[in-house]
Design a protein around this ligand. Structure first.
Ligand code: NIG
Ligand code: FE
Length: 417
């Protein structure tokens, strides 16, 4: 007997509306679409009636998506997911009128999380980070970034990056591990910021890069963080190791950090409430992505809006992320971020969704692998119980994600999660 002809697809998903997110300003909708998967990648995406044959001949595994909406798996391109401790007491203080800067200057804020994180062991941080990651995953996130930055010494930064690496390897989610040694000045370096930057550049960064724990390098360029001169030293060290950079810039004041990041062809500059037009132009010229973080804007009760119109005018792609962290954005709600990008930042629902798919992939430098539903990209797909992709930014407080394909593997989520 002749062997059966090999199936075209490892699996085939039928009866769905696909928001491919390939179209600037729109959703790139394909109605009554099919997605064929081979070796974890998208091998067919298009109207089901354009499939190159009968379902039975194409695959042994055909699935009915029940008319649901498929989007690219969401991408949370800016998170500080790995830490221990809790800053609810600081939240209460801020509600009484104490500012984020005042709390930081008194040794609270980031440094209080650093103290808790230094005390916790790898297992505890791993469990906590996995719980946070699982919450994001069950809301459709298949790719995310995890920054270090709550260790601020070699051993604890290693612990955080190791947790991110183990979670990447164990869960199969695509995780970018970002070294944020220059997040705050640790107490043992008080008054010696330049010496701390020397430690970051000459010891921590080369050691952790050598151990294969770093995909990208970030810094907090701010009057309560590090100066542009100190940030440039970190970027020089990263560049020497061939690592891409990105920057927390213009969050609380205009330090011209985005323009500095542009000189290093950074992947992104993030926050950006105080960015001016020169900074926007520099980002445009360098091909950078603007990562806007409505959770931090909201929690800090900021009133200065990021310059969305200028970013549009100069065609700087905008990404949206949770910025999950225990201080300024203790948020595990990607859909709420889509909503806030619209209600607070005046983005359109299509721009917001592009911000957590196509443009978020770009912010990570991973646009060849994920962020849109296109031939050859990883079969990372979220399936939603909604009528139209704009519904994602419209409602929050419920989770319409019924499951995701992660590199072609189906994970179903119960209703009510
Ligand atoms: O993205 N701005 C600096 N880093 C974080 C906040 C960190 C913290 O407060 O723990 C942010 O907002
Ligand atoms: Fe951040």
């Amino acid at each position: 007997m002749a062997p059966a002809a090999p199936a075209h697809f490892d699996s085939l998903w039928l009866n769905l509306d696909a928001a491919t997110m390939t179209e600037d300003g729109g959703y790139g909708i394909i109605e009554d679409a099919a997605i064929g998967i081979k070796d974890g990648k998208i091998a067919f995406i298009g109207p089901a009636d354009e499939l190159p044959g009968d379902t039975d001949a194409l695959t042994d595994y055909a699935y009915d998506a029940d008319g649901r909406v498929a989007t690219p798996g969401l991408i949370d391109c800016h998170t500080h997911l790995a830490y221990a401790g809790n800053r609810a007491a600081e939240f209460e203080q801020r509600l009484q009128g104490v500012s984020y800067e005042e709390i930081a200057k008194k040794g609270g804020g980031i440094l209080s999380t650093v103290a808790a994180t230094r005390e916790a062991d790898e297992e505890e941080i791993g469990e906590k980070t996995l719980a946070r990651l699982t919450a994001l995953f069950q809301q459709g996130v298949t790719t995310l970034e995890i920054k270090s930055g709550y260790g601020l010494d070699l051993e604890t930064e290693r612990k955080l990056l190791t947790v991110a690496t183990i979670l990447r390897d164990e869960t199969g989610l695509r995780i970018q591990r970002t070294f944020l040694g220059a997040h705050a000045l640790p107490p043992e370096y008080k008054g010696k910021a330049d010496d701390y930057i020397t430690l970051v550049c000459d010891e921590m960064l080369p050691a952790l890069a050598e151990e294969g724990l770093i995909d990208a390098v970030d810094a907090f360029c701010e009057h309560i963080g590090f100066s542009t001169g100190q940030t440039a030293r970190v970027f020089d060290a990263a560049q020497k190791l061939g690592l891409p950079v990105k920057l927390h810039a213009e969050q609380l004041s205009n330090q011209h950090g985005a323009a500095l990041a542009a000189k290093y062809k950074a992947l992104s500059a993030d926050h950006l409430e105080y960015l001016d037009e020169d900074g926007v132009k520099a980002m445009a010229q360098a091909g950078m992505t603007a990562v806007l973080l409505p959770g931090a804007y909201y929690y800090l009760r900021e009133t200065q809006l990021p310059p969305v119109d200028l970013l549009r005018k100069h065609k700087v792609p905008m990404a949206i992320a949770t910025d999950h962290n225990p201080g300024t954005s203790p948020v595990l709600a990607p859909i709420l971020m889509l909503n806030m990008a619209c209600t607070l930042f005046r983005m359109t629902p299509a721009e917001a969704l592009a911000g957590m798919t196509r443009n978020a992939a770009r912010a990570l430098g991973w646009q060849a692998d994920c962020g849109t539903l296109e031939l050859g990209k990883s079969a990372d797909v979220a399936l939603w119980d909604i009528d139209h992709p704009r519904d994602l930014a419209y409602r929050f407080g419920h989770n319409p994600c019924r499951g995701v394909l992660l590199a072609g593997e189906w994970h179903a989520f119960e209703e009510g999660h």
